[in-house]
Ligand binder design. Structure first.
Ligand SMILES: N[C@@H](CCC(=O)N[C@@H](CS)C(=O)NCC(=O)O)C(=O)O
Length: 203
């Protein structure tokens, strides 16, 4: 299996989950700042020009973070990262989708890739809007955790995505709501998370 990644990008969530389930893989860096994701060589592998990109043992390619995570989790049911109970699984998927399509796509990306959202002179305003979106998104997740939807009861793929978003928030100086902060600290104790941080040059 081959994971195309960029250090610190959302592909790190796939690395954390692969490490957690102890699935062996080769990590292949894609230099996003150099535009390698748009080069013909990489487009031939993933025409979307994005990481994460996972090439499976049979050579088939999987894209989209949530889909890749769900596939890895289903391949290793013994870890219970995707609940089998319909309601529990649906709530995990609901959270993952919100994290990726709203918080990450609209918020985190504004903070770390402001050039994708406007001109250089607007950079600070774009980043500020990104911080607002991430802050609001984390508050929404916090509310879900505190309410009927007990996302944090069992470790799932959602916890890895939330951890990565929280890491980006902390790096950009945003305070974490209490439950998210508690989970963030707990996730940081996982061997798979520590290993992934080391592998991608964070520690
Ligand atoms: N919808 C995709 C989005 C992935 C994505 O935005 N990846 C970023 C890194 S976090 C990327 O590859 N950016 C390069 C670019 O857009 O040129 C997914 O969920 O996997």
């Amino acid at each position: 299996m081959r994971l195309y990644f960029s250090p610190g990008a959302c592909s790190m969530v796939v690395r954390m989950v692969l490490n957690h389930v102890q699935e062996p893989f080769e990590a292949v860096p894609v230099d996003l700042s150099a535009g390698e994701q748009r080069a013909p060589g990489f487009r031939a592998i993933n025409s979307k020009g994005k990481v994460p990109t996972l090439v499976r043992e049979d050579g088939s390619v999987l894209t989209e973070l949530g889909t890749i995570l769900a596939w890895v989790a289903a391949r290793h049911p013994e870890h219970g990262l995707l609940p089998t109970d319909n309601e529990a699984r649906t709530r995990v998927q609901e959270a993952v989708e919100y994290c990726i399509s709203t918080i990450h796509a609209l918020g985190t990306t504004r903070i770390f890739v402001p050039s994708a959202f406007g001109k250089a002179e607007d950079e600070e305003a774009i980043k500020a809007e990104g911080r607002r979106i991430v802050g609001e998104g984390l508050r929404v997740l916090e509310g879900r955790m505190a309410g009927d939807v007990h996302l944090a009861d069992e470790l799932s793929i959602a916890d890895f995505v939330i951890y990565w978003l929280a890491l980006g928030a902390v790096m950009s100086g945003l305070p974490l709501p209490p439950r998210i902060h508690h989970d963030y600290t707990a996730m940081q104790q996982l061997d798979a998370v520590r290993q992934s941080l080391t592998d991608e040059g964070f520690v």
